[in-house]
Write a protein that binds this ligand. Sequence first.
Ligand SMILES: N[C@@H](CCC(=O)N[C@@H](CS)C(=O)NCC(=O)O)C(=O)O
Length: 245
Amino acid sequence: MIDASHPSTADASDLSAFPITRKWPARHPDRIQLYSLTTPNGVKASIMLEETGLPYEPHLVRFDADDQLSPEFLSLNPNNKIPAILDPNGPEGKPLALFESGAILVYLADKSGKLLPAGPAARYETLQWLMFQMGGVGPMFGQLGFFHKFAGKDYEDKRPRDRYVAEARRLLRVLDGRLTGRQWIMGDDYTIADIATFPWVRNLVGFYEARDLVGFGDFPEVARVLEHFVARPAVARGLTIPARD
Ligand SMILES: N[C@@H](CCC(=O)N[C@@H](CS)C(=O)NCC(=O)O)C(=O)O
């Protein structure tokens, strides 16, 4: 008998204690359940799952239906943001629910033994660049999107937009410097730092249409690595998962 108030006591593959599975039933409860949408944060998780080959089942969280605000979604992530996962076979064989894309990337890297260097120094350096994305690139590019492409574009006062343009350029400069002479952020090793970062760069120059605004031509190393990133088959697949219906 499962105590619904303590989901961590549930057995692996029995996800009935997790209310999120009522709205998004698990057809394969033995697989990692992914709740997401193909936004720059969402695709970090699907790309990672595709790169590692971990078995998973994707579920579409529809913003146009406010799915992220439903009680079922909030039961897993009270912060109403995608991506989120539920691993039936987490630490000690118990289910583990997780939100925040950075935490999900680290978890999946540890679980698979892939895309996060094992040596302590390289591991911390990778986490450093992951945090650089989580605390800098994501939030700043996101604000730029708001002021350039979405509701904020109609604001007469362009100072907020210009502030985020300047900050985006500063971050791109840092990234460009880091990538000079390196194949990926961590050199020869493709890691979760790349998986966190490049969906946001792609979004900035693609969906946000901010290529000219940020002077993307000034950052050739970033452009080079972006090209290699999107050419990876697992990335191409991950960018389309979960499929929209
Ligand atoms: N720090 C979070 C940010 C996640 C995030 O901002 N997700 C957006 C989509 S890219 C979202 O779910 N927005 C829905 C909402 O705010 O209601 C992470 O990296 O997971």
